[in-house]
Design a protein around this ligand. Structure first.
Ligand code: PXP
Length: 253
């Protein structure tokens, strides 16, 4: 299954956890917009931001600044709620990815359940987004039967929740978890929709995911931010160390 995809896969970089670090101090640093600019220079195709109901990391001001200052398309992850719809329609990201949201969860725990109530709210929402030029994706578990319910809703993409595969990676259930992703991709493609994947992806488990049929996009957040902290540590300490060297600074005037 591991292999190089036939067509280039788009990379969405989720900068939520840069905002998490900022929120730890409640000040301005590090700025997710700055992270987004660096991600663009490194080859990201889009920036992903999850504005949660409790604003624990990214907020509306981040979204506004991203729309104003970043040249990359924005994929806004959000719950299907009137408040978030208003936000999406006023900032018009290129894409909205609908996710289920629970206040107590640390991160998005599962995919959407497309029950009657949700589908009833989804169709008019998608129509309003389309009018505003926003494409809609659904974050879903690798469950072909549930995915089949996305048919006719007007969305153009399903993002497969790769969390279960990421958790199984390296263990006895990895093969089954990967097969589930393959079946999900095939079902999404059969519906005429784009196939995206995200959650828990790392440089270690990504190669197998890149072998998924018709994969067009991956969205990665936590592991990129985590590696950025570690890979940047040496440089960050080094610049302070150099400042402390004798003679690095002249006498005060
Ligand atoms: N895709 C979706 C829909 C998500 O909710 C998340 C987490 O915000 C991601 C991708 C990125 O997941 P991770 O931070 O584990 O890379």
């Amino acid at each position: 299954m591991a292999g190089t995809p036939v067509t280039p896969v788009r990379l969405g970089v989720n900068v939520d956890h840069v905002a998490t670090l900022r929120q730890a101090r409640g000040e301005f640093d590090p700025d997710p917009l700055f992270a987004a600019q660096l991600a663009r220079l490194a080859g990201a195709d889009q920036i992903v931001l999850h504005v949660r109901e409790d604003r624990r990391h990214a907020n509306e001001s981040d979204l506004r600044r991203l729309r104003d200052a970043s040249s990359l398309p924005v994929n806004l992850e959000m719950a299907l709620s009137p408040e978030m719809e208003l936000m999406a329609l006023s900032h018009r990201p290129e894409r909205v990815t609908l996710v289920p949201e629970k206040r107590q969860e640390r991160t998005t725990e599962g995919g959407l359940v497309l029950d009657k109530d949700f589908l009833g709210r989804l169709r008019p929402f998608v129509a309003r987004c389309r009018e505003a030029g926003i494409r809609v994706s659904l974050f879903m578990d690798p469950d072909p039967e549930m995915i089949a319910r996305a048919e006719g809703t007007g969305v153009d993409q399903v993002e497969i929740h790769t969390g279960p595969y990421a958790r199984a990676f390296g263990g006895p259930d990895e093969g089954k978890a990967l097969n589930d992703l393959v079946s999900a991709s095939e079902r999404i493609h059969a519906l005429g929709l784009l196939v995206a994947a995200g959650h828990g992806l790392t440089v270690f488990n990504l190669p197998s995911v890149l072998g998924l049929p018709r994969l067009s996009e991956v969205n990665i957040g936590h592991s990129i931010v985590a590696r950025a902290v570690l890979l940047g540590m040496r440089e960050a300490v080094g610049e302070v160390r150099r400042m402390l060297s004798p003679g690095a600074w002249g006498p005060l005037p």
